[in-house]
Write a protein that binds this ligand. Structure first.
Ligand code: AHR
Length: 656
């Protein structure tokens, strides 16, 4: 398939050769490096929005496994033949188990028919033929009696496609497990547990995981989704958000300490995206924290990415309640930040290092960055940031602190935050821009005038919006992806100032999303990168180590005649890397001249990303319709002729 794609690409290039267009000369100066490109330059922003965690990368298939949703049987349905077969009572033992108070008491009447509960999963369950599934449950019987249990996977028509049996006995809580092997594939399957015998069985933490998780870790992550992240070769992983850090109010802010340790002790809370958008209500969206801070650090390690946790700075989402913690009561929040650093880096004999070690990772995670607050603005943020910075630097002077400049890339609040942070010599400032494609094209020069001696920039959340900010009609189309590619030439050209960048949001379930556009879409079985994903991938896989000048008529290429460009050296592979965007609707012929280089290879490799129209998109049925096509390029001495297709992005690598 790859071979076919490659040769078709070759034909396409020949067929679109312009006849007699004059070539523009782009001059690259590999011997005059401008600045290093940080290894963190192209990273990932992860937030549990759009079913990114529960229902997404966290491979748990049972929704509301511990009956803690606002409505305790949400996602569950009673299965009975007759009214008298049995009933369910939700019990609350808050005094004994504050983090996981509820469980279900299922009473079976002892009729001829079993009685039980069915779970619908996260918009159904993705079940694969031949794959084994690990079932576990915490259970006990009320009076020590023995109750027969059978668990089943069902296809969308309600037919059984896997079954296993076990018995529950004894009045002490025990973990029971069973394995199920599916005889059919179905994206909209479901699960049920049926009890027979006579008596009452208590159940909690009803759990089902596929065995094909990332690195086959039990209770782990969905391998196809992690693979898409791994393919990016990201420089960092920012987690857990996003507004989820802040919470609708402080009560439901993200508290990392409640997300580590045994999963049954992690206190589930509502997901703040649950009812955020009236047009995309998701009342069944909660955070189980099965993907918690330990798992985020582990994921960073697996991906070879620097972990970048963002912590709540004593402020709830300012688009919602905007609650703040009085300054004289900020200590516990600051302590959470300090303890987090100890959790990540402390020796196993420290209080929090011990928790990490007991979870299976005695070695430190080598945390270097920490973000204070997500998208806060105003004096309330600065006042709180100062306190955090002082405390963190006092204990961990080497820690690099990321601060924020609010939700918008300009305006009063943005200017205020930058002004204050600059005065304080802040190290890295996070900027967010959700704007129209045109804005991205016009802002390829945004960082050209940023102070080289001021704080560094983290372009922490950005995505071109095809209709309007967070409009449900936004599409991950080629128009947006190409505008981002053009804009990113400006990020890379300014690597002296811009140290980290990430597209946002990352993931979306096709049936469970709240916000669009998103970089990766999935259903219960399939996943796909959008054109925006491939733009990110082309940048991240070809970052280089130093940015070098690339000029048209002596000036950086920032939109002249629809062209945007940047060049880098990769000192590890001894290559020159070019990234060129042709945002115009006509084909362009350019010649790249390499100034000052002694010798270049006669051939190089190029990856072209383009689409037939601006509104073209990928889909789960055609996931790679818009994806890079590789071909060879030939040099003539120290010159490289390039034909740039209309609306295209190309990356070229040439050995020095
Ligand atoms: O990416 C979606 C949201 O956009 C993030 O949670 C927030 O930081 C921003 O407003």
């Amino acid at each position: 398939m790859n071979k076919i794609r490659k040769s078709l690409a070759g034909l396409a290039i020949m067929a679109t050769m312009p006849l007699n267009l004059p070539a523009q000369t782009l001059v690259v100066k590999p011997t005059a490096p401008i600045a290093p490109i940080q290894p963190t330059m192209y990273g990932i922003f992860f937030e549990d929005i759009n079913f990114a965690a529960d229902g997404g990368i966290y491979a748990e298939m049972i929704k509301n496994r511990s009956f803690e949703f606002y409505k305790p049987l949400m996602g569950w349905r009673e299965i009975r033949k007759n009214e008298t077969d049995g009933h369910v009572l939700i019990q609350n033992r808050e005094d004994l188990h504050a983090a996981n108070p509820r469980y279900a008491s299922v009473t079976v009447a002892g009729n001829d028919h079993p009685f039980g509960l069915a779970n619908e999963g996260f918009r159904g369950m993705g079940i694969k033929q031949g794959l084994s599934y690990d079932f576990t449950v915490l259970a006990r019987t009320k009076n020590g009696e023995t109750i027969n249990a059978s668990i089943e996977l069902l296809n969308a028509n309600g037919q059984q496609i896997a079954k296993a049996d076990f018995k529950v006995s004894g009045s002490q809580w025990k973990k029971y497990s069973a394995s199920l092997s599916a005889s059919q594939t179905d994206a909209k399957g479901s699960f049920r547990i049926l009890f027979s015998g006579k008596g009452t069985v208590d159940i909690d933490m009803v759990s089902l995981f596929p065995q094909d998780t990332w690195k086959n870790r039990p209770g782990g992550l969905r391998a196809d989704l992690v693979q898409l992240l791994a393919d990016l070769k990201p420089g960092f992983l920012r987690f857990p958000g996003g507004c989820i850090v802040e919470g609708h109010d402080l009560c439901v802010r993200y508290q990392w300490k409640k997300t580590v340790g045994p999963v049954e002790n992690r206190e589930m809370i509502v997901n703040r995206w649950n009812t955020e958008f009236a047009h995309r209500l998701t009342p069944d969206y909660y955070q189980s924290f099965g993907l918690g801070f330990f798992e985020y650090f582990l994921l960073s390690e697996d991906l070879g990415a620097e972990p970048l946790p963002i912590i709540n700075c004593g402020m709830a989402c300012q688009f919602n309640t905007g609650e703040v913690v009085p300054l004289n009561q900020l200590d516990p929040y600051v302590q959470d930040a300090l303890d987090l650093i100890e959790f990540a880096n402390g020796a196993p004999d420290t209080q929090w290092g011990k928790v990490r070690a007991e979870m299976g990772h005695p070695a430190p995670f080598n945390l270097k960055y920490i973000g204070v607050g997500n998208e806060q603005w105003g004096p309330q943020y600065i006042e709180r940031y100062v306190v955090f910075e002082k405390a963190i630097k006092a204990k961990y002077p080497e820690m690099i602190i990321v601060s924020g400049s609010g939700p918008f890339p300009d305006g009063k609040d943005f200017d205020y935050a930058w002004g204050e942070l600059k005065k304080m010599n802040a190290e890295i400032v996070d900027e967010h821009y959700y704007r129209m494609p045109q804005w991205f094209l016009q802002n390829a020069t945004r960082y050209d005038s940023y102070d080289r001696k001021g704080p560094k920039v983290f372009a922490g959340e950005y995505a071109a919006q095809s209709v309007a900010i967070a409009s449900p009609d936004n599409k991950n189309n080629w128009d947006c992806a190409l505008a981002e590619a053009a804009f990113m030439t400006g990020l890379e050209r300014n690597a002296e100032v811009v140290h980290l960048t990430s597209y946002a949001p990352l993931f979306a379930h096709v049936d469970g999303w709240q916000w669009t556009p998103d970089m990766i879409w999935f259903d219960n079985l399939r996943s796909m990168g959008t054109p925006n994903y491939y733009v990110q991938k082309m940048y991240a896989n070809n970052a280089g180590t130093k940015v070098v000048p690339m000029e048209l008529d002596g000036k950086p290429v920032t939109g002249q005649d629809g062209l945007y460009a940047t060049a880098a050296l990769d000192e590890n592979t001894n290559e020159i890397i070019l990234k060129v965007v042709n945002a115009s609707s006509s084909e362009k012929k350019v010649e790249v001249a390499f100034e000052g280089t002694k010798k270049l290879a006669a051939k190089g490799r190029a990856w072209v990303l383009t689409a037939p129209s601006k509104d073209a998109v990928n889909s789960l049925d055609e996931p790679t319709k818009i994806s890079p096509v590789e071909h060879e390029v030939k040099l003539s001495g120290k010159k490289l002729p390039l034909q740039l297709k209309p609306l295209s992005f190309v990356v070229v690598r040439i050995k020095k």
